[in-house]
Design a protein around this ligand. Structure first.
Ligand code: HAM
Length: 481
């Protein structure tokens, strides 16, 4: 087989090769003197690329809107409120319960109600990896009812008193006192229909807020039972229909399905209509009326003040009979976000979830709103994490002895601050000053040799030499422990 001639095989390639001048030479055959410039430019281009690298912006993740971090300096408010709530809970015979933050979506729809703001537009709901519809709890009572049934609490001595604390999630428009994650402290009494239970819970709520140092009032109403409420609803629907044109679009829709929600509407036009609406208390059956009168009488007995509020219906569907809210006496009470808490009776909730009929009542308080008011009022709150003394050291031997002393003080429940990583005494004393401790202990080389320690009063600046073996006694005396 003869070979094909090269020229015929790749004519185009050959042409190119012929036309390309050799490196450093022009096409006309002259040596290029400008060639050097090209070689200078290349590194320049490379340099520019290196410079651009740091410009890549790393996006730092941010908090979600309506969510908050609770920093160490804020914690004293949380300790203060939760410790008080717990002490009251034990005092009134409540047992603590913790339920999961995530529950089946169905639980909240069936309890809070389909036509409520919470279920209609505020729930953080999603489908999990297994295809189940789940929701970050928007409130605690539904979970308590589920847990009561699930753990057969009806077999315990009734009523069952449960106390809880934890985060709740509602996709609301964030503003002062309204967040997408907030925390509630809740008290529920399950398994008793007596009016005294409602009163006891209101007394508890009142005492709790008073003990926190807040000036509050109790707003109270009765929305009756299923029977008397159905008569009231007919009356209310007739009235609202006559004012239909003044209602917001949402309330026009709610009018027939859930007219009580109209009473809870915050639209200006609806508020005007609501002012003249028929009142639930005028439609109570005898049993509901007697129940309500008794609740008020018990409150009078212990001199807990309250205000009758005929327009109070609460924003959740599970209530019957007594409903109440805890409002601040300071500031604007017309705004809903000034309510520190709310609650009421929910006699049908557990049976609606398939449990035995279990009349119940409860309330919860919003921790963020309580804290806002404590800060606004500049109420002095002791920080239980604040160190009581400072332990300074100078020199390696002193550092070692100080480490041992620190452990002993801590075991004796004395909150000690230190700066073992710093060697300068001046820096350590400056830090002690910033912490605002009463007393600083100073261990130096000399003290280690003598078996002593210096006790410095931070206010007066007076220093005393104390026998090292007697330091624990001395500190306890100074701190009045
Ligand atoms: P609630 O009125 O919806 O009732 O909420 C109770 C309290 O939680 C409110 O009074 C308020 O202080 C606080 N709160 C509610 N939403 C927010 C928010 N977005 N931001 C800040 N704070 C908020 C209930 O949740 C019922 N489970 C109460 C109850 C217990 N009823 C019977 N037992």
């Amino acid at each position: 087989m003869g070979r094909k001639p090269k020229a015929k095989k790749k004519p185009a390639t050959k042409k190119k090769i012929i036309q390309k001048p050799a490196k450093g030479w022009s096409a006309s055959g002259r040596k290029k003197t400008v060639q050097k410039k090209k070689t200078i430019r290349k590194p320049k281009a490379a340099k520019q690329e290196v410079k651009e690298e740091p410009k890549i912006k790393i996006r730092t993740p941010k908090l979600l809107r309506g969510f908050k971090d609770i920093l160490p300096k804020e914690q004293k408010y949380w300790y203060y409120i939760i410790n008080k709530a717990e002490a009251l809970a034990w005092g009134y015979g409540f047992g603590r319960i913790d339920t999961p933050i995530l529950e089946s979506t169905d639980l909240f729809i069936r309890t809070i109600g389909k036509q409520t703001d919470i279920v209609e537009k505020e729930m953080f709901s999603f489908e999990d990896q297994g295809g189940d519809n789940v929701t970050l709890r928007p409130e605690g009572t539904a979970s308590i009812a589920r847990a009561y049934i699930e753990h057969g609490m009806l077999n315990l001595p009734q009523p069952v008193r449960l106390f809880y604390y934890g985060p709740m999630f509602r996709y609301e428009r964030p503003q002062a006192g309204r967040y997408r994650e907030h925390h509630q402290i809740g008290f529920e009494i399950l398994g008793d229909a007596s009016a005294v239970i409602d009163s006891q819970l209101i007394i508890l709520a009142y005492n709790f807020c008073k003990e926190l140092g807040l000036d509050i009032n109790i707003q109270i109403n009765s929305i009756g039972c299923l029977e008397c409420r159905s008569e009231y609803k007919t009356e209310l629907i007739n009235y609202l229909r006559s004012k239909r044109n003044s209602l917001c679009e949402n309330c026009k829709k709610r009018l027939n399905k859930n007219p009580l929600r109209v009473l809870d509407c915050k639209e200006e036009s609806c508020i005007k209509v609501i002012e003249d609406a028929p009142q639930t208390v005028d439609w109570l059956c005898d049993d509901c009326k007697n129940h309500f009168v008794k609740v008020l009488e018990y409150l009078d007995e212990v001199e807990v003040p309250y205000m009758l509020n005929p327009r109070l219906v609460r924003g959740l569907d599970y209530y019957n009979r007594t409903v109440f809210e805890i409002w601040s006496n300071e500031g604007d009470n017309t705004a809903r976000q000034s309510a520190f808490g709310g609650g009421g009776r929910y006699d049908m909730l557990i049976s609606s979830l398939g449990g035995r009929e279990t009349p119940s009542c409860g309330f919860s308080l919003g921790v963020e709103r309580l804290i806002l008011k404590l800060k606004e009022k500049e109420i002095e709150i002791e920080d239980p994490t604040k160190p009581q003394i400072f332990l300074a050291q100078l020199g390696e031997a002193a550092k070692r002895k100080a480490l041992v002393l620190f452990e002993e003080l801590r075991r004796n429940n004395i909150r000690v601050a230190e700066s073992f990583a710093k060697d300068s005494l001046r820096q350590q004393l400056e830090f002690a000053n910033k912490l605002g401790v009463k007393v600083t202990l100073i261990l130096g080389q000399k003290e280690v040799m003598d078996g002593t320690i210096l006790v410095r009063d931070m206010e007066g600046g007076i220093q005393e030499v104390v026998d090292f073996n007697k330091i624990l006694e001395e500190i306890k005396k100074r701190l009045e422990l």
